[in-house]
Design a binder for this molecule. Structure first.
Ligand code: ZN
Ligand code: ZN
Length: 808
């Protein structure tokens, strides 16, 4: 360098005067020495950076790892309906309102405003802004108190993460944490963390909850004025809260807005518009829709749910409608000592719960209004019966026109009775279901097998059957069990879904369980057709909402002792289920399904169908129509006098012909029946008569439902000479003692008979109730009940023997 400058001096500028040369020389020397210093400075700076980074990393990894878990706090829960409207919300366990939001769902204007007011160099600094720190320090010294913190957004996060006293030590930790945060998170992530932690006054934390409670909005929907309010609150939350200090809040907002205008972030019109906006002087109330449903959801939530946003399937409009109808209907029921009711509405296509009312008034402490009646296990009365019929159709055992026994019967001591305590002898399946007769339903269930019926209910989502099938026994079909309204409604919705079972869906997007076939479409159609023939209750004028009433298949239930009234209706679109009763379990003479629950069910149904096209189920291809004997409901034989049209499941329904109508030969003069062996004794004439099975014939002729078959010719020497069956066990007038020390199943009494005939069957009637039917050599056991008993044994031809015995 020296050589070069000497060359310059001598060769090129040799003729310049000495003074000038000396000046230039000094200048060059200065530059040279400055470059030395600079080089040394850069070296020291680089060493410092490397060492700083090394120590930062060392501290970050070893001594003071970042407590990241403190960056997200336990959320409160916001439950939305399917239309994204807020139903209800619940504070976090520490009683804060926090609604986590993503950065891209925060209004970009709010983000810009906050950066502009809090930390203009946010995008450029490494977590700490030395310039603003130094100016803040100078200001604080001048004022002899802390007026400014000089904190960046990152440092504010550090302070919210780990609150520290406001002194030099605290500041240093804050700076270290800020650098650390910048190492771990991107700028966008830091912004998101900031917006979710920052306090907005009272127990509101984070912009999600603040936007809701101050403006009833999401943080994306904020106006310019609202964004400025929210940007202004955190620096002194309780001071700038709009609900507590609206005037301070306004001046803070206006200052921020004017600053935004000066910085060309908003134009003049936006500014003047925003300045005119009102300050909200009240915090929004916590919404309280579907309180029972939301409480149930909350109690089932797993505590590790972070998002705090729960999207439910509830449709706000239907929920509000049901809550309104429930309240007004409850006032009608109150006069009848009925204080609680529940409603469940299901969308049949998706099995989504659309509305749920747990009780008419959540806040009615006197009548335990906070109980969710839709999930309370109660006795369903007759509401399970249609499913026994559906199973009967499905298995080909019955058709709508086929007949079921309705005579006194005993199943191991259990004797079902009809609601009106009358027997009808026989009833068609349609009639038995429409009139909700108990005895035919029990007989049908005995035929299906109680275990199969029980397992069907379990497969259909009845979750409250906590005993074994044999502990329930046949009374199960009459409602001697407990079910919840929600389970029952969802089981009915499977009928509306043509037999496909889907679990009740209450949260959007929860499709864990696969749907499966519970019943065939044909069986559902047959049940639905019968249930839609039911006569609707005559509704009071105020409950009639439309003249054009939709077709609804429906069933009611009334529990024993009139404690529960049920009504469930469905069509292809919806299932509506109503329960009425008292949570206290108290009964009321008015608690009858058709009277207390059905009117409300129809009121809901009529309302929700408004605006919907009334479509009905299409008849499935697997269903045929056939003519059957009007009397037996079976395909007619050549003697059946009347036939009716009936539906049946092709390839499934049993095809046995009518065995009631048959031709018999009688003596024209005496009327005695003649057989081949005695034909010659009279003047034969052929008649068509009803020949009912022995188990029915006695009751039917006793009650003059049928005329008795003629007696056989007394002079006959054929097989009919053999007498009636003989009872071998027990003996006539036998006495039995029950021992308390032995289990009752070891003390059963044997019923056994002998018959000279090649009979197909004999029938046992205990105390005038059909107890059992058996083959000739079959042994029947009876678990004894104390008292005097009569036992009758009847053979295929209707001949009988009766004995008496007693149990002590
Ligand atoms: Zn017939
Ligand atoms: Zn004969």
């Amino acid at each position: 360098m020296h050589v070069q400058s000497g060359y310059l001096r001598r060769g090129i500028i040799g003729n310049l005067n000495r003074e000038r040369i000396q000046q230039v020389n000094r200048f060059f020397n200065l530059i040279l020495s400055m470059r030395k210093i600079l080089r040394r400075f850069i070296r020291i700076f680089l060493i410092a950076v490397v060492a700083g980074t090394f120590f930062l990393l060392l501290f970050d990894l070893v001594f003071f790892p970042l407590p990241s878990e403190r960056l997200s706090r336990q959320s409160s829960y916001f439950i939305y309906g399917r239309d994204s409207r807020l139903l209800n919300c619940f504070a976090s366990q520490d009683q804060y309102w926090r609604l986590p939001v993503k950065l891209d769902s925060i209004s970009p204007l709010l983000v810009r405003t906050v950066i502009n007011t809090e930390d203009r160099w946010f995008w450029y600094h490494p977590g700490v802004n030395p310039v603003s720190l130094l100016t803040a320090m100078a200001d604080n010294l001048k004022n002899r108190s802390i007026v400014r913190g000089g904190s960046t957004i990152t440092m504010q996060i550090a302070r919210m993460m780990e609150p520290k006293p406001r002194n030099i030590g605290g500041k240093l930790v804050e700076i270290f944490r800020a650098l650390q945060l910048e190492m771990h998170y991107s700028k966008n992530e830091l912004l998101e963390i900031y917006f979710n932690l920052v306090p907005y006054g009272g127990n509101i934390e984070g912009v999600g909850a603040a936007a809701y409670f101050y403006f009833g909005k999401t943080p994306y929907e904020l106006t310019c004025s609202e964004a400025a309010i929210l940007a202004g609150i955190p620096s002194s939350p309780n001071n700038f809260r709009p609900d507590l200090n609206p005037e301070k809040c306004r001046s803070r907002r206006d200052r921020i807005l004017r600053q935004l205008h000066r910085q060309d972030i908003i134009d003049k019109e936006t500014l003047s518009g925003a300045l005119k906006e009102e300050i909200p002087v009240e915090r929004k109330e916590r919404p309280d829709h579907a309180p029972h449903f939301c409480q149930s959801i909350m109690s089932e939530l797993s505590s590790n749910l972070w998002t705090g946003v729960i999207r439910s399937t509830i449709r706000m409009d239907l929920q509000a409608l049901c809550e309104r109808l429930a309240r007004s209907y409850a006032s009608v029921l109150k006069d009848k000592d009925i204080n609680n009711l529940s409603i469940v509405v299901i969308d049949n296509h998706s099995s989504e719960l659309l509305a749920m009312v747990g009780s008419p008034d959540f806040n009615d402490r006197k009548h335990q209004g906070q109980i969710n009646g839709a999930f309370a296990p109660r006795s369903p009365g007759s509401a399970l019966k249609p499913f026994a019929y559906a199973l009967g159709f499905e298995r080909g055992l019955i058709t709508p026109a086929s007949i079921l026994d309705d005579i006194p019967v005993s199943y191991s001591g259990y004797s079902p009775e009809n609601y009106d305590e009358e027997y009808n002898g026989i009833a068609t399946v349609s009639e038995a279901l429409i009139r909700s007769l108990n005895v035919p339903a029990v007989n049908l269930t005995a035929n299906l097998g109680i275990r199969d019926f029980y397992e069907f209910l379990q497969a259909g989502g009845i979750s409250t059957l906590d005993r074994k099938y044999y502990q329930y026994g046949l009374p199960l079909v009459l409602g001697a069990c407990e079910v919840t309204l929600a389970d029952l409604a969802n089981l009915y919705s499977a009928l509306g879904r043509k037999g496909i079972y889907k679990p009740l869906k209450m949260l959007a997007g929860s499709d864990d369980n696969k749907p499966y076939d519970l019943l065939s479409e044909e069986a559902c159609y047959l049940v639905t057709e019968i249930l839609s023939e039911l006569q609707r209750p005559s509704l009071q004028a105020s409950w009639e909402f439309t003249r054009d009433l939709p077709t609804v298949a429906w069933k009611t239930g009334t529990s024993y002792g009139r404690r529960d009234a049920w009504a469930i209706g469905y069509n292809p679109q919806f299932t509506v289920a109503v329960w009425a009763g008292n949570f206290s379990g108290e009964g009321s003479p008015w608690l009858v399904g058709a009277e207390s629950a059905a009117p409300l069910m129809f009121a809901v149904f009529n309302q929700i169908m408004q605006g919907h096209e009334h479509v009905w189920f299409e008849r499935p291809a697997g269903l045929g129509t056939r003519l059957v004997c009007a009397c037996s409901g079976l395909p007619p034989n050549e003697y059946c006098p009347d036939v009716v049209s009936d539906k049946y499941i092709i390839g499934i329904t049993n095809n046995n012909k009518c065995d009631i109508h048959r031709a018999i030969v009688v003596d024209k003069e005496t009327g005695y029946e003649l057989c081949r062996a005695c034909e010659h004794l009279g003047n034969p004439d052929t008649l068509v008569m009803e020949d009912w099975p022995v188990r029915l014939a006695g009751w039917l002729s006793d009650h003059s439902v049928i005329t008795k078959l003629p007696e056989h010719h007394p002079g006959c020497s054929g097989i009919f000479v053999h007498g009636p069956p003989q009872i071998i066990s027990p003996e006539h007038r036998a006495h039995f003692e029950i021992s308390k020390s032995m289990p009752s199943e070891y003390q059963q009494i044997l019923f056994e008979a002998s018959s000279g005939l090649r009979n197909r069957k004999i029938y046992w009637f205990l105390d005038d109730r059909l107890f059992a039917s058996s083959g000739i050599n079959e042994r029947i056991f009876y678990e004894p009940v104390k008292g005097d008993h009569t036992l009758m044994c009847v053979d295929d031809l209707g001949r009988s023997t009766t004995i008496r015995f007693s149990v002590r």
